[in-house]
Design a protein around this ligand. Structure first.
Ligand code: IPE
Ligand code: IPE
Ligand code: MG
Length: 251
């Protein structure tokens, strides 16, 4: 991927990606079941959407449930599934009204039929909206995403539509999730852990990372704003030198 002088100059993220972490600990600190933390986290989801709408950030990708999260206790997974279904039933009309296009990335065949139907409805209902591209990563894993792209390429090679020597960065990049969006400029992880946890591995290659100790349910606009403020002062070099970046920005 090459440097985009437009982004470097403006320094306002076009695409924000968030690992919404810390719901379980938020609940445990209150001696409540983890599911209560997930419910509290839903408020912060709405807040982060408002944040992007107000600041003109055009794309937001939220990590809601990882491929690995299926391995959590049945009770917690069940509670999360109920919350997803409720959110899909309750929030989509309002998101549509506000010009938000909703899409889901991840292995959706693993969800129950009722959830898959609601996902499809939400995507269809909001497909013409352009104010904010909201991507919900659910049953998503970055490794699974790259493996699926490799599988799609193999199918095309086997069918004789593609030669192995044509498989380059662009060919893979066109087949991973969110291929139609600019890659995330800024990544936020709440909850204090500094890792990527199998989120958008391919897409985060040159993303600026920002971490906060704040647990996801405690997030407010003030906490969120710290990330773009920090980002605005960073120099993204994309492998080049500082002098080259300066020359590009002024060109
Ligand atoms: C993130 O919060 C939400 C999901 C993974 C679904 P956690 O549930 O991971 O909260 P902690 O990290 O255990 O506090
Ligand atoms: C990442 O958080 C996934 C989501 C926030 C949906 P985890 O809580 O699953 O990540 P680890 O286990 O701390 O790496
Ligand atoms: Mg966690």
């Amino acid at each position: 991927m090459t440097a985009d002088p437009a982004t470097a100059a403006a320094q306002v993220p076009r695409h924000l990606a968030i690992i919404m972490d810390g719901n379980g600990r938020w609940a445990q600190r209150r001696r409540r079941p983890r599911a209560i933390g997930h419910r509290a986290g839903a408020r912060a989801v709405n807040l982060s959407i408002d944040f992007c709408l107000q600041r003109g950030i055009g794309a937001l990708t939220l990590f809601a449930f990882s491929s690995e999260n299926w391995g959590r206790p049945e009770e917690e997974v069940g509670a999360l599934m109920k919350l997803f279904l409720n959110a899909l039933e309750r929030e989509v009309d309002e998101l549509d009204r506000r010009g938000v296009r909703v899409r889901f990335i991840g292995e959706r065949e693993l969800f129950a039929e009722a959830i898959r139907e609601r996902m499809a409805l939400a995507e269809a209902q909001t497909s013409a909206n352009t104010r904010l591209q909201l991507n919900i990563a659910a049953s998503y894993g970055g490794r699974q995403d790259i493996a699926a792209a490799a599988r799609a390429l193999a199918v095309e090679v086997a069918a004789g539509r593609l030669r192995p020597e044509d498989i380059d960065e662009a060919a893979v990049g066109a087949r991973v999730a969110l291929a139609d969006l600019p890659p995330p400029d800024l990544f936020i992880r709440t909850g204090g852990d500094q890792r990527v946890s199998n989120f958008l591995l391919w897409q985060l290659a040159y993303t600026e990372l920002w971490f906060t100790e704040t647990l996801w349910p405690d997030v407010d606009a003030g906490v969120l704003q710290q990330a773009p403020d920090d980002y605005a002062g960073r120099e993204r070099r994309f492998g080049l030198t500082s002098a080259q970046i300066g020359a590009e920005a002024s060109a």
